[in-house]
Design a protein around this ligand. Structure first.
Ligand code: AMP
Ligand code: GLY
Length: 421
């Protein structure tokens, strides 16, 4: 079988690595991939917003299954587009992808189906929003409706900050804004909860916790994710049951009530307070870097699982996992998430001595001649599995020290809640 993977991050390298383990696979193409995927797949220099070029290539090479990694092409309707040419695609369609593409769409589903989430209001202009903010308690959360690559969320400590957030959103900082979403600030601990579904049945696909802030102690600016670990320390059978009953099932029903279905990974960003789950947001894809921690724990054939989803046969598949603890540390370019140098050589990559249960997934890298260059803010994902999170993290730190990349930095405290007391 031939598989195409759309995307170029650590998540897509992890997917590529997992798919490559299947005996059924004889060729993988990545659109456009990175230096890591180029070792196991053929990177095709087509970006994920070039739907027509991707379609032409897939048809020409007779690719059997396409897996979409990032949210942007899903929200823009790549699944519907490719399926209209009879291409098999793993990833939700445009309507279902509104769960991530529009925060207001999701909030309205929560209201209609009684899904626990932060209380909220939707305001059409600055004046209405500011009148509401005048009588609200802070902290309060202000969000742009549309996709904003994780940047359209403001946690505001006082009225000046909240007025400023509303101003920036309506001034178009995250694209044209017709509404702003204002939410109650939820207390508790966050957890990422994943399922996979073919539209009629679904299965849990693990839990993780990520570290979004750039500085140790979860401080500083938000990033795409500085590290993660799986499983979350919060998960229990009882909590999982609540999440499925109160959040996942009603959401999938809401999508069916729209006369469509959800096929793909669904990632629920949850706040857990007193063992009760509240939905913060949905993502219509795997998390990055959560995916890098989850897939190495998977013992079943990923290709078979995804293909079964596309053939509405997921209920015939048993998904098996190992019980190890998995941790990922992201090595970033110095300066990220602000300005950083591009096309910097990463030396010593060949000196790394990865052992069983150690993985290196590339993100913002390209191969040029014999060199690997860092091109992105998040550059390399070091993942390790062990019987304890502490051991996994120690193994990773050893690897990063061996690499000794002077233009990079990383957070040394990934997993502190499950490691450091
Ligand atoms: P989102 O893009 O909606 O996931 O928001 C980004 C981050 O902002 C989340 O991971 C949370 O850390 C935080 N956040 C969003 N909404 C809330 C809320 N209502 N209460 C507390 N924190 C929130
Ligand atoms: N790790 C957060 C995300 O993938 O959105």
């Amino acid at each position: 079988m031939k598989v195409g993977i759309i995307g170029s991050g650590g998540r897509e390298h992890a997917i590529c690595h997992s798919i490559n383990k299947s005996k059924k696979i004889n060729k993988i193409y990545c659109f456009p991939g990175n230096a890591g995927t180029s070792k196991i797949a053929e990177n095709i220099d087509i970006n994920f917003d070039e739907f027509e070029k991707i379609k032409d290539f897939i048809l020409e090479k007779k690719i059997d299954l396409v897996i979409v990694g990032p949210e942007k092409p899903l929200v823009d309707g790549i699944t519907d587009y490719l399926e209209s040419y009879n291409i098999k695609v793993f990833g939700p369609n445009k309507i279902a992808s509104k769960l991530e593409g529009s925060k207001i769409f999701t909030k309205e589903i929560c209201k209609k189906y009684n899904i626990p989430t932060a209380n909220f209001g939707i305001f059409k202009n600055k004046i209405e929003a500011n009148i509401f903010l005048d009588k609200s308690n802070h902290p309060i959360v202000i969000k742009a409706d549309n996709l904003a690559a994780g940047k359209g969320v403001y946690i505001c400590e006082n009225k000046d900050q909240s007025n400023q957030a509303v101003k920036e959103i309506f001034e178009g900082k995250f694209g044209k804004a017709e509404n702003v979403l204002i939410e109650e600030f939820l207390k508790g601990e966050e957890m990422s909860f994943f399922i996979i579904t073919d539209g009629s049945s679904f299965q849990s696909f693990g839990t993780a916790q990520d570290h979004k802030r750039v500085l140790e102690g979860d401080k500083g600016k938000n990033t795409g994710g500085m590290g993660a670990y799986s499983p979350s320390r919060l998960i229990s059978q009882e909590l999982e049951k609540k999440i499925l009953n109160k959040i996942i099932n009603p959401t999938l029903k809401a999508i069916r009530d729209l006369k469509t279905h959800y096929k793909g990974f669904l990632y629920a960003g949850l706040m857990i307070n007193n063992n009760e789950p509240y939905l913060i947001e949905y993502n219509v894809r795997m998390g990055d870097p959560e995916c890098q921690t989850l897939l190495p724990k998977l013992e079943s054939d990923l290709y078979e699982i995804l293909n079964a989803c596309c053939e509405s046969n997921l209920d015939k598949i048993k998904i098996q996992w190992n019980k190890k603890k998995s941790l990922c540390v992201v090595l970033c370019s110095k300066g990220y998430p602000d300005k950083y140098k591009k096309n910097v050589i990463i030396k010593n990559l060949n000196n790394l001595n990865l052992e069983t249960d150690d993985y290196l997934f590339h993100a913002g890298t390209i191969k040029k001649d014999t060199h690997i260059l860092a091109t992105g803010g998040r550059v390399l994902n070091f993942v390790s599995l062990s019987d304890s999170f502490a051991k996994a993290r120690n193994k990773i730190h050893k690897q990063i020290n061996n690499l000794n990349w002077e233009d990079g930095f990383f957070r040394k405290d990934i997993g502190f809640k499950v490691i450091d007391k």
